[in-house]
Design a protein around this ligand. Structure first.
Ligand SMILES: [Zn+2]
Length: 79
C-alpha cells in the first residue's frame, strides 16, 4: 500500500482541438530510493523536461506535433 507521489500533466492545443494527459511518477516508494522519472512522454505533443532524479521534473516546452504551435500546459496532483 505504498503511496507514490505523482504529478499529472494535461497538454492541449486549441488550434487542433486535442488534449492529452500523462503522469510523472516519483519512483521512491517503489524502489526504496527517492527519485523521479525524467519526465513522461506524449504521443500528440513534443515535450522537453528539466530536472528528474532527485528533483521533480518540470515540463519546460510542449509543442503540438500536428501544427507545431505551443501547447497549453496544465499540471496538478489530480486534474
Ligand atoms: Zn495543434
Amino acid at each position: 500500500m505504498g503511496y507514490i507521489d505523482q504529478t499529472e500533466y494535461r497538454l492541449s492545443c486549441a488550434h487542433c482541438n486535442i488534449s492529452e494527459t500523462s503522469t510523472v511518477l516519483e519512483k521512491g516508494s517503489v524502489y526504496g530510493s527517492s527519485g523521479w522519472q525524467d519526465g513522461t512522454s506524449f504521443s500528440l505533443f513534443k515535450t522537453e523536461w528539466s530536472g528528474g532524479g532527485s528533483q521533480e521534473p518540470k515540463l519546460t516546452l510542449a509543442v503540438c506535433n500536428a501544427c507545431e504551435r505551443s501547447a497549453t500546459i496544465e499540471s496538478g496532483y489530480s486534474l
